[in-house]
Ligand binder design. Structure first.
Ligand SMILES: [Zn+2]
Length: 435
């Protein structure tokens, strides 16, 4: 079902005209109300009236996560504090938190965008949505919550944690849709299994997963184990929260961006140059309608590409390729670029391994080292030691062959890697601490 036929199926010419009007409007607003942007635009000699066509977006300065930190907490807000009805914040493991504020209209738009997303994923009014994204300062929980209500579904605000209780309520309430990170979906599956609950016997039919990059192999794993359709949702708190883009259940090839609210570009993350349509690079987003904290050309650090070809589902909005890596997630091991998602793909294509893994990067005698710890399943674990060693060697060989880096593989017993209630911690980089 298409929730907002007018905006989701708008002819592209009309959509782009709408984007241009909104771009001109947002540039004027930040120039007027946000000293940070006024200064940046003045430095470039750009005035709001210089934005005459969509491609003029390249005249505008980028915004980085660090800019939000530097103006902590409310320095980039474009309206007075009295007009902000909600705050969210992302913690970040290093440095100051980033804080975002929403006006009443922002909250309303966000709810509608998430409702569109849920509908694109195959949910409808009357569905029972088990929302296991964290509630609180993190945007995941409340973002999905308002969208689910807007759609007319019944939302269970279970939030993160308390996994055994989650499994019980999932069964007792008869949820039909589950929303959580992909790694948590598998964690919940295991917990349920231990309690004698088989997901395949439950009425859950759709999983909507985001907040961390995941691969096609991970999707297959989730779909097979849980017996559901697993859909990728994209968002980030600086831009809005969940609901910036989503895959349509019909095609599942690329995530439709809510283009009437966001202008997306792909740039070369080294040079900052805008890339041509279809080229792969860093996703950059300008918010077109946001009032609380509008951002110009926000650098997401997520690697993707855009496809504006019409989709079989009927939507005309551009699709972004699913994000499998971030430009700052990229590991450089002895000069070779490696994305964790590439290693994940290799692991999941190997019989007997589970999707629970960790990458430990270290440095010995000034040389980078990479250790891949991965859990095996029960059947493999009870196998002979020499077979386990053979499996380790095989994985090391595949990583060397496909990625060009030397890694040490260490198989770990089932449940040997700590489970996360939210985003999985996949990378432990110890190089900084050993300098
Ligand atoms: Zn589609």
């Amino acid at each position: 079902m298409i929730f907002d036929v007018e905006h989701e199926t708008m002819p592209r010419e009309e959509l782009e005209a709408l984007q241009l009007r909104r771009l001109q409007n947002v540039v004027a607003r930040v120039y007027e109300n946000v000293p940070f942007y006024r200064k940046k635009l003045d430095e470039r000699g750009v005035k709001p009236e210089h934005i005459q066509k969509l491609s003029d977006v390249t005249l505008l300065p980028f915004t980085e996560k660090q800019d939000l930190r530097n103006h902590y907490p409310f320095g980039l807000f474009a309206v007075s504090r009295e007009n902000i009805v909600r705050l969210h914040s992302s913690s970040g493991t290093t440095g100051k938190a980033t804080v975002v504020g929403y006006t009443k209209r922002d909250i309303k738009n966000w709810g509608e965008m998430v409702a569109r997303c849920l509908a694109a994923a195959g949910a409808h009014s009357g569905d029972f949505i088990h929302n296991a994204y964290g509630y609180g300062l993190f945007t995941g929980g409340l973002g999905v919550h308002y969208g689910a209500e807007e759609l007319g579904a019944t939302v269970v605000p279970i939030s993160g944690g308390g996994t055994r209780r989650q499994a019980m309520l999932l069964r007792d309430f008869g949820a039909t849709v589950i929303t959580c990170t992909p790694s948590y979906a598998l964690h919940l599956y295991e917990a349920a299994k231990e309690m004698g609950i088989d997901f395949r016997d439950l009425p859950v039919r759709i999983g909507i997963h985001g907040a961390e990059p995941w691969t096609e192999s991970m999707r297959t794993e989730i779909e097979n184990k849980l017996g559901i359709t697993a859909i990728d949702i994209y968002g980030l708190s600086e831009i809005m929260g969940p609901g910036v883009a989503i895959e349509c259940a019909k095609v599942k090839k690329g995530l439709h961006i809510q283009e009437d609210h966001f202008l997306a570009e792909i740039i070369d993350s080294e040079t900052g140059e805008q890339l041509k349509p279809g080229e792969k690079g860093e996703l950059v987003i300008t918010t077109l309608t946001k009032e609380g904290i509008p951002l110009l050309r926000y650098r997401t650090r997520d690697i993707s590409r855009l496809n504006t070809a019409p989709c079989r589902c009927g939507r005309t909005t551009a699709r972004m390729e699913r994000v499998t890596g971030r430009s700052d997630d990229m590991l450089i091991i002895r000069g070779v670029n490696v994305f964790p998602s590439q290693i994940e793909t290799i692991l999941l294509e190997t019989e007997g391994l589970t999707p629970h893994y960790q990458l430990i990067v270290g440095r010995i005698n000034n040389l980078d080292t990479l250790e891949v710890r991965v859990e095996v399943d029960e059947a493999v674990f009870s196998d002979q030691i020499k077979n386990l060693q053979r499996l380790e060697t095989k994985i090391e060989k595949n990583i060397k062959e496909f990625l060009g880096v030397t890694a040490k593989c260490k198989l770990v017993e089932p449940k040997g890697i700590e489970r996360s209630e939210g985003k999985a911690k996949r990378i432990i980089d110890m190089r900084g601490s050993q300098a």
